[in-house]
Design a protein around this ligand. Structure first.
Ligand SMILES: [Zn+2]
Length: 244
């Protein structure tokens, strides 16, 4: 698979890499010599533009996902060596396949899609960190993007890395006092061929108590801090051996 757009041409320069985008194979790791750029982290704020995602009592998933994504980027970039790419910086629709472009070009990157959940009722609570796999709760599945061609499942080795990342992020959230679990889904972006890829449902907008927390800047900061620490730890140990 080859995905390219004008934006992706800037990625190698941004990362300070001496190779062109075309010379990098999807799925290949960056060289492991000391001093190489740290593992790039691609953050994907879900939805955008006409695709609002969930809307509950005036809170739009697309807006909240962007707020969390920008905070996570700012937090991760406190390390000047850390490359962070957002798939959208503002309220615009980006096709699902285009969201994967930067991470495919920045081979060896970590891909994190951020969403907010909505189900019936008011009681469901907590974050879910998905990696690729057979979905457990098919009834929840929503085919929101029928126009995008289906993609094959990722190689098993990358599913394993994604599952490790989902496990690390959910474990980190629990350690920091959040309710969180790791799970499997076959969402399109989780089939990203280049990266360990996860999709995080940060919480439930249909739960009034949780929605109130999710729009609270202090709560956002705490959650972002937890996610950032887990991502930094994962990025630092990638390419060695996963001991998760
Ligand atoms: Zn969503």
């Amino acid at each position: 698979m080859r995905l390219l757009n004008a934006r992706s041409l800037f990625v190698p320069a941004f990362l300070g890499l001496a190779v062109s985008a075309g010379a990098m194979r999807p799925g290949a790791s960056l060289p492991s010599e000391p001093g190489r750029p740290s593992t790039p982290i691609v953050i994907d704020p879900g939805h955008g533009g006409d695709d609002e995602g969930a809307i509950v009592r005036g809170i739009q998933e697309k807006d909240l996902a962007l707020i969390f994504a920008k905070k996570l980027k700012a937090r991760l970039m406190r390390d000047p060596e850390q490359a962070v790419i957002l798939t959208r910086e503002d309220d615009r629709y980006v096709r699902l396949d285009e969201r994967l472009v930067d991470s495919v070009d920045a081979s060896g990157s970590i891909f994190v899609s951020l969403h907010l959940n909505q189900v019936k009722g008011k009681k469901a609570a907590g974050a879910i960190v998905y990696s690729y796999g057979p979905e457990k709760l098919r009834a929840w599945r929503k085919k929101r993007h029928p126009s995008v061609a289906p993609m094959p499942a990722p190689p098993k080795v990358q599913s394993g890395a994604s599952a490790n990342l989902a496990y690390a992020l959910s474990k980190g959230l629990r350690a920091d006092g959040f309710r969180a679990e790791a799970s499997k889904s076959d969402y399109y972006v989780l089939k990203n061929p280049a990266s360990p890829s996860v999709l995080i449902e940060l919480g439930y907008l249909n739960n009034p108590d949780e929605a109130a927390k999710l729009v609270d800047p202090a709560y956002q900061d705490r959650m972002v801090e937890s996610l950032a620490r887990s991502l930094e730890q994962f990025a630092a140990t990638r390419g060695v051996v996963s001991k998760l």
